[in-house]
Design a protein around this ligand. Structure first.
Ligand code: F3S
Length: 755
């Protein structure tokens, strides 16, 4: 199968000496997270101590995974790098663009029609550049990665925030923007601020109705959606060893919901069992040889307060099942206490749907536990009051679950089995039963429950729980149902109680699959043609950005002076625009339409200095570009916060914006601007923001001397003939200045390839 044992052996070979060196440099025992980080430095052997939460460090990840929505722009960019193959093992997974409606077969046929050009493009690029391709219907990226690619002690990046799922198999796996993935595909290092460390000590053993999911629902309640920001969460203790590998995956998956950089667990018997069950005996054998490197040092776990920035302890013996929500995954309520809360807050008690599966919870253990509840509904003559929907995480798990009769249990309850894809988890759900402004409630075993996430309806109240709890709640049809204490009335009018769920960790007869949906790339892809229809509205091959002409930029016009918060969503909105993620010109029509114009406090209404008229930001930018005039964007504090979406830098660049001058930047966005060959600048004197007027023109008077640590001077010409000289700071180093000179980082890579 598609894993790289030689690469993994290489990682394990150097791990020991690198960890020893890091231990001696830091003068202390190491957590697992530190071991993985210090053994994946771009420089190889560690030579210095990094400060948690402060130092920016270049890493060398082992793998990359991309999903279909984000892979489009990432691969379009990679094509610009002029490389014959990706430098690091990479896979593409088609899972986000499949809408759930009528059930797996019909939905997949429809998706293959509506998104075929995207799928064809991704398949051909993958084939050309040595990337493994997982077809639509093959499964959800993170489940497929866990079953095929994740390995203990490895480092992976992925263009999806739930890449962190692979922590369940002992990885440091981190969600990144497309631009970061492209760098690594092209052989460049990947930069990350050295994370802080949160330790979660688990004691005891799960029992009864409590599942792995409840661990993370509890942690989310404690840490809230921001509590993990900038940190790796490391789970340890006897309780951790008592969890299944896939249960660990669920916990790590939802680490994204507390903002954590990632989460991870030390290698143990559960991981070994999972590796062997998924046909990876060779990895298990290799991991066993370096077992001590694949978990934190004993001294760390004996005195965690000394070595972690924060420590949380959870006793699995007493942990209660939870339902978190609505509208935020950190609003944790123990099952049984939700009724009162719901009445107080006006949340509908009646539950319309129970959704099971997704990348978060579709393991064999999850499905067997949920099916054991569903089977009781049949045996005890209970007619489910809610609709059931199941999203298997991969074809392998679907095939195995079907073989073992698990899916038929749900089907006997009238469940719709959706495609092995994200579906309702990402709003790809054509739900016909809840429309208009009527409030409604659903329960699901996914990870996110923000407003509109599942079905696009702001009136849908979504609660997150374990698959078995979702099954029980869906059977009862009530949010206030507590299966541990309450009874239900069956079709014969008898009161019956649901027994505790029973699950099987791994399929006793092994996993099976007919066609897993994987396409290995050609060994030599040089002859492969990339399929992009020039008429397409969803895909467009990129044209390299123009290099700098080496002269001072003069006569640049103000496009917009943004007022207040300007996040990557304000710069490049999501929602319906996701459709154009692979078409730079089309998606550029949303550029900065969410930013507030400082002069009239309106969005998407700026002055065109050439005509004096007000119009949409993208139209105005295009008018300047057409007239051969470059433009600049002025912004407030923390400009570009939010996601690492590279579109937020590429779109302004495409529309002729050459500089973004702000009070301060969100760092990732600042780097993205640099990568796209733009000037990301900050006011040396913040008060100069007020000097920028609506009709201003800008001359960069010393750009020809652009150098590290040397501020730039900008002559701002006002309409009344007066002028101000503004000093702009920057953080460009020599190679980043080279990106600017060449027009983009990718242009430079390409030039170096040719040279
Ligand atoms: Fe897909 Fe939802 Fe997971 S969108 S990747 S199933 S979080």
């Amino acid at each position: 199968m598609a894993f790289d044992i030689e690469m993994i052996k290489g990682v394990y070979k150097t791990m020991g000496e690198r960890i020893d060196k890091a231990r001696s440099l830091t003068g202390k025992p190491l957590t697992l997270a530190e071991k993985i980080l210090y053994s994946h430095l771009d420089e190889g052997m560690p030579t210095q101590v990094f400060q948690r939460g402060k130092s920016y460090v270049d890493f060398k990840p082992d793998r990359i995974a991309c999903q279909d929505a984000t892979a489009q722009m990432a691969l379009l960019q990679f094509m610009q790098a002029g490389k014959p193959k990706v430098a690091v093992p990479t896979t593409v997974h088609c899972d986000h663009l499949i809408q759930a409606k009528q059930g797996a077969k019909k939905d997949l046929i429809r998706a293959n029609k509506t998104s075929h050009e995207v799928f064809d493009f991704l398949e051909s690029v993958s084939n050309k550049y040595g990337i493994g391709f997982w077809k639509p219907g093959a499964g959800i990226i993170h489940q497929v990665v866990l079953e095929n690619y994740a390995f203990p002690g490895g480092m992976m990046i992925g263009t999806d925030s739930h890449t962190v799922n692979a922590g369940g198999l002992g990885m440091v796996a981190i969600g990144v923007g497309g631009a970061d993935a492209v760098d690594v595909m092209a052989g460049m290092p990947w930069e990350l601020k050295f994370p802080k460390l949160i330790g979660v000590k688990l004691t005891g053993k799960l029992n009864g109705w409590t599942a792995s999911k409840d661990v993370i629902l509890k942690v989310a309640g404690i840490l809230t959606v921001k509590g993990g920001t900038g940190a790796i969460v490391e789970y340890f203790g006897e309780g951790a060893k008592n969890l299944s590998c896939t249960g660990k995956g669920t916990i790590c998956n939802m680490g994204a919901e507390i903002g954590a950089t990632t989460s991870t667990f030390g290698y143990d018997d559960s991981m070994e069992r999972f590796l062997r069950a998924t046909d990876r005996n060779d990895i298990a054998d290799e991991a066993n040889k370096v077992r001590e490197h694949l978990t934190g040092d004993a001294e760390v776990y004996a005195a965690p307060e000394k070595y972690f920035d924060q420590v949380i302890e959870i006793d699995l013996n007493t942990l209660r099942p939870h339902l978190n929500g609505p509208f935020t995954p950190d609003l944790a309520t123990p099952v049984g206490e939700l009724g009162e809360k719901a009445i107080k807050n006006g949340w509908p008690i009646k539950v319309d749907w129970g959704l099971i599966g997704s990348c978060t919870n579709s393991s064999y253990e999850d499905l067997t536990r949920a099916a054991s509840i569903a089977q009781q509904a049949i045996d005890k003559k209970l007619k489910p009051k809610s609709d059931f929907g199941i999203n298997p995480g991969s074809e392998q798990i679907r095939f195995t679950a079907e073989r073992d009769g698990l899916l038929s249990v749900f089907e006997n309850l009238g469940a719709t089995i959706f495609t092995n894809a994200c579906g309702p988890c990402i709003g790809q759900w054509d739900r016909s039963d809840a429309q208009g402004d009527k409030k409604n409630t659903i329960v699901h075993s996914f990870n996110r429950n923000f407003s509109k996430r599942a079905d696009g309806n702001p009136n849908t109240h979504a609660f997150v729980g374990s698959p078995e709890m979702v099954a029980a709640i869906a059977i009862s049809g009530r949010l206030d149902f507590d299966p541990m204490n309450d009874t239900l009335l069956n079709e014969d009018g008898q009161e019956v109680k649901l027994d505790e769920p029973r699950g099987i960790e791994l399929p006793p007869e092994g996993f099976a699959v007919d066609d897993n949906g994987f396409l290995a790339p050609d060994a030599d892809g040089s002859g492969v043609q990339i399929k992009v229809n020039p008429e397409s509205e969803r895909l467009e091959l990129l044209t390299p950005f123009q290099p700098w002409d080496g002269k001072n930029i003069t006569g640049a016009k103000l496009l917009i002076k943004a007022f207040g918060k300007c996040t990557t969503d304000h710069i490049s909105m999501a929602g319906p625009w996701l459709r154009y993620r692979g078409h730079l010109d089309n998606i550029s029509n949303n550029t900065l339409i969410g930013a507030v114009n400082a002069y009239n406090k309106q969005t998407n209404m700026v002055k065109n200095q050439l005509t004096g008229e007000y119009g949409a930001v993208p139209d105005t930018a295009r008018a300047y570009k057409k007239a051969g005039i470059q433009s600049i964007v002025v912004g407030d504090h923390n400009y570009g916060e939010g996601s690492s979406r590279e579109h937020a830098a590429m779109q302004p660049r495409h529309l002729g914006v050459i500089a973004v001058l702000v009070k301060s930047f969100a760092r990732i966005h600042e780097t993205n601007l640099k990568k796209q060959g733009m000037l990301g600048l900050t006011f040396a004197n913040e008060a100069d923001y007020d000097k920028i007027k609506e009709n201003d023109t800008f001359d960069f008077i010393d750009l020809v001397d652009f150098a590290p640590e040397k501020p730039l001077a900008i002559l701002v010409k006002h309409a009344d003939g007066s002028e101000d000289t503004i000093i702009a700071n920057h953080t460009y180093n020599e190679s980043q200045i080279q990106w600017f000179r060449e027009g983009s980082a990718l242009n430079l890579i390409k030039k170096e390839n040719v040279a």
